[in-house]
Design a protein around this ligand. Structure first.
Ligand code: FPP
Length: 237
């Protein structure tokens, strides 16, 4: 099946998982798994814009990941900063606009400063939106949207009768973007782990046993090819 001729997913989400197990299999510290995982982030982002996928969402750090040892959290933040310092120019040159899903206020000053700089630098990108889940939780996102709508109703700028899915979506981190077409989860876990719960209502799922640091462009293409063979009915016939 030729992935160029069939319809590409417009929005792909990935729960990057398995970095720790990848390292453990090699008797290496978990940080090595995360470091290798960042290389795949770059590969998959590049593959995404080359293939013409206009929206890519990656789960980098969940609201629950704060429960990990501080050393591992610090390492993940360091890797994120390094990624931004080294690659924001490439994102900018290739028309990739970065968008963060999650509450940045919990990040330390040097990390959040680099994230805001990257958001500014890439803000004109019109080829791909790269959503990064950072201190992100899908339930939190929905609750936050509900709160903001309640406030808008209270101050009179939104009427209760105006609340529908399209208004609701405009209060999510993915405002103006299409819903998830394809959700990819490597590493053999069969769960959605609080990722993009609203956006995945009609998403197709691709689960694979490959650990994230081994999730190369060819694995990504397998997922896309499989997606292109699916018969999506959205509740119709
Ligand atoms: C899951 O592996 C992975 C994470 C919690 C972090 C994902 C983050 C990156 C790949 C790096 C930072 C991101 C960017 C965008 C530069 P795990 O540790 O849960 O693996 P395990 O389940 O095998 O222990």
């Amino acid at each position: 099946m030729d992935s160029d001729k069939k319809e590409m997913p417009k929005h792909v989400g990935i729960i990057m998982d398995g970095n720790g197990r990848w390292a453990k299999k090699r008797n290496l510290p978990r940080t090595y798994g995360h470091k290798e995982g960042v290389k795949r982030v770059l590969d998959i982002v590049r593959a995404g814009y080359k293939m013409g996928i206009p929206y890519l969402s990656l789960f980098a750090f969940s609201t629950e990941n704060w429960k990990r040892p501080q050393k591992e959290i610090d390492n993940l933040m360091f890797l994120l900063r390094t990624f931004l310092v080294e690659h924001v120019g490439e994102l900018e040159e290739n028309g990739v606009r970065l968008n963060v899903m999650g509450d940045l206020s919990a990040l330390n000053e040097k990390t959040s400063r680099l994230v805001y700089e990257a958001l500014n630098r890439t803000s004109k990108g019109d080829k791909m939106i790269l959503n990064i889940g950072l201190n992100y939780g899908g339930q939190d996102e929905i609750v936050l949207a509900a709160k903001k709508i309640a406030e808008a109703v209270k101050e009179g700028s939104v009427g209760v009768e105006e609340i529908d899915s399209s208004l609701f979506e405009s209060y999510l981190y993915t405002k103006g973007q299409p819903p998830l077409d394809l959700l990819i989860r490597p590493s053999g876990e069969l769960r959605v782990s609080n990722f993009m719960l609203y956006q995945m209502a009609y998403s197709e799922f691709w689960f694979s046993n490959v650990l994230w640091p081994d999730f190369t462009e060819s694995e990504f293409k397998k997922a896309i090819d499989d997606y292109q063979r699916r018969d999506r009915r959205f509740g119709g016939l």
